[in-house]
Design a protein around this ligand. Structure first.
Ligand SMILES: NC(=O)C1=CN([C@@H]2O[C@H](COP(=O)(O)OP(=O)(O)OC[C@H]3O[C@@H](n4cnc5c(N)ncnc54)[C@H](OP(=O)(O)O)[C@@H]3O)[C@@H](O)[C@H]2O)C=CC1
Ligand SMILES: O=C(O)CCC(=O)C(=O)O
Ligand SMILES: [Mg+2]
Length: 474
């Protein structure tokens, strides 16, 4: 069935029912080693996973690893330009859960991202990137322990989909002409705007389907968190891009207030309800006045809209959510993308789950990882309804490749997410404990070592950090 690979002789497949994995005691898990620092990260990480599973289950459970190829290694095995062989896709499809090291994407020309291709091929629509602080980790931030967020980044659309045309090509000329002479003039709100003829064009599609299935997963995750962490923040730049970024926000709220009506309250709804709780006889207009700080300056039409909003909310949910009951619900709010970057720096403790479109989530996940110790501590998962691929937030860090020096923490923590996803919590907990103890004993790789006060000299190698984690299981 496969051209150049064979699955391990022992082990069984993970299957899926209603979007959840059913995991045997000896699952077969495909892995991609990865390019660049993948050569260092994968062996160190696999050693930790195997040791944790052995320590937690004493042989009752065991992972059978299935090596599959992508990136440079695939070209060595399968031939030039065979970056993502059919064998690899078949194996991931068949076995359902996989883990991977980073893969290189050239800038400008060349192949499009293999990482993105995998997410799209398997419709892994939720890129889940938790950023939490491990005690003792050095950070440029004064209170990194307050950061405990999970980014739910939409993983299949937005500009990352890569639908774009190069400047000067026939197709882009045709497209610009069509836009300039037909589409733009026929949309009055665009006025006299025109696209420069020497432009490249990229398309940024954001769908209701893509948005709502992502936000649904974010809310479902919030339902599993302790009360004080039950907030879902929709991140967008809807003030500028109304029909993509703004629509993401609107569709997110729509989902929260329909499918999760009993479980959720929006921030604006909570203000309307609390205005009435403070003054049970408050008129609709006074309530709207408190809701909209600039109410007096609004046009009559806008004032009417605000009063109608207040009435609609009270009619719909006063019974179910009023008299403080909303405080027990998941709070759904929204923040503009640039503003959330500064708020994560200044008030990280106010946020819990951030639901984002693809590009905003890409930036935000690297930025959030920086606060909790850097990209060496940023894990991730790409989750769909019948497949999941776990991988770190960072890339191949080529200048460090093959030196056994980078921090495997991010890939190891991606494996922790995988073990949790599989329901193997005991093994996951051992690894988290090992990481925490290694860091608090200053047994760390170069990236954390240089930030520590006093700096740790010499830092541990990548492989030595894995050994330190395992040492602290006992
Ligand atoms: N999912 C994936 O496979 C991803 C792939 N990529 C691809 O990776 C390639 C390189 O991208 P680049 O922009 O350099 O970004 P990288 O994330 O690979 O590296 C940027 C910097 O982050 C730090 N860093 C990264 N990984 C680690 C680690 N494990 N431990 C400690 N520090 C780390 C290093 O900082 P310093 O040197 O300052 O210590 C490194 O130079 C590109 O081809 C890109 O497309 C990028 C992101 C994700
Ligand atoms: O695929 C790539 O090269 C980059 C991916 C990336 O930056 C990410 O997933 O965060
Ligand atoms: Mg990125």
């Amino acid at each position: 069935m496969y051209e150049k690979i064979s699955p391990p002789e022992t082990g069984e497949k993970i299957t899926f029912a209603e979007g959840k994995p059913i995991v045997p005691d000896h699952p077969i898990l495909p892995f991609i080693r990865g390019d660049g620092t993948g050569v260092d990260l994968w062996p160190a990480s696999q050693k930790v996973f195997d040791a944790a599973v052995q320590a937690a289950y004493g042989g009752k459970r065991k992972i059978s690893w299935f090596k599959v190829y992508a990136g440079d290694e695939a070209c060595e095995q399968y031939g030039t330009y065979q970056y993502l062989p059919e064998d690899t896709l078949k194996a991931i499809e068949e076995y359902g859960v996989a883990i991977k090291g980073p893969l290189t994407t050239p800038i400008g020309g060349g192949i499009r991202s293999l990482n993105v291709a995998l997410r799209q091929i398997f419709d892994l629509y939720a890129c889940v990137r938790p950023c939490r602080y491990y005690a003792g980790t050095p950070s440029p931030h004064k209170t990194p322990e307050k950061m405990d967020v999970i980014i739910y980044r939409e993983n299949t659309e937005d500009i990352y989909l890569g639908i774009e045309w190069r400047e000067g090509t026939e197709i882009v000329k045709k497209l610009i002409e069509y836009l300039n002479t037909d589409l733009i003039p026929s949309t009055p709100e665009h006025g006299k705007k025109q696209i420069r003829l020497d432009s490249g064009i990229g398309i940024k599609p954001i769908s209701k389907t893509g948005t709502q299935r992502l936000v649904k997963r974010a809310i479902q995750n919030a339902l599993r968190l302790p009360k004080e962490k039950q907030t879902v923040t929709l991140v967008h730049k809807g003030n500028i891009m109304k029909y993509t970024e703004g629509a993401f926000r609107d569709w997110g709220y729509e989902l929260a207030t329909t499918e999760f009506r009993q479980e959720c309250v929006t921030e604006r709804e909570s203000w309307i309800l609390s205005n009435k709780e403070e003054n049970p006889d408050i008129s609709l207009e006074d309530n709207a006045h408190k809701l909209e700080p600039g109410y007096d300056a609004l046009t009559a039409e806008k004032k009417e809209e605000a009063c109608a909003e207040v009435k609609a909310v009270l009619d719909a949910i006063w019974e179910s959510h009023g008299n403080g009951k909303w405080k027990e619900k998941i709070m759904v709010n929204d923040r503009i993308a640039d503003s959330i970057f500064q708020q994560l720096q200044t008030r990280p403790g106010e946020y819990s789950i951030l639901a984002t479109m693809n590009l905003n989530g890409d930036y935000l996940s690297d930025a959030a990882a920086a606060i909790v110790g850097g990209l060496g501590m940023g894990p991730g998962a790409n989750i769909g309804d019948s497949c999941a691929i776990f991988e770190a937030t960072h890339g191949t860090a080529p200048k460090h490749a093959g030196l056994d020096r980078v921090n495997p923490g991010s890939l190891i923590l991606s494996g922790v997410m995988m073990l949790e996803y599989m329901g193997w919590q005991e093994a996951a907990d051992l690894i988290k404990m090992g990481i925490e103890k290694a860091i608090s004993n200053r047994e760390v790789t170069y990236d954390l070592a240089r930030l520590m006060e006093p700096p740790v000299k010499p830092p541990l190698k990548c492989s030595e950090f894995a050994d330190a984690i395992i040492k602290y299981f006992g």
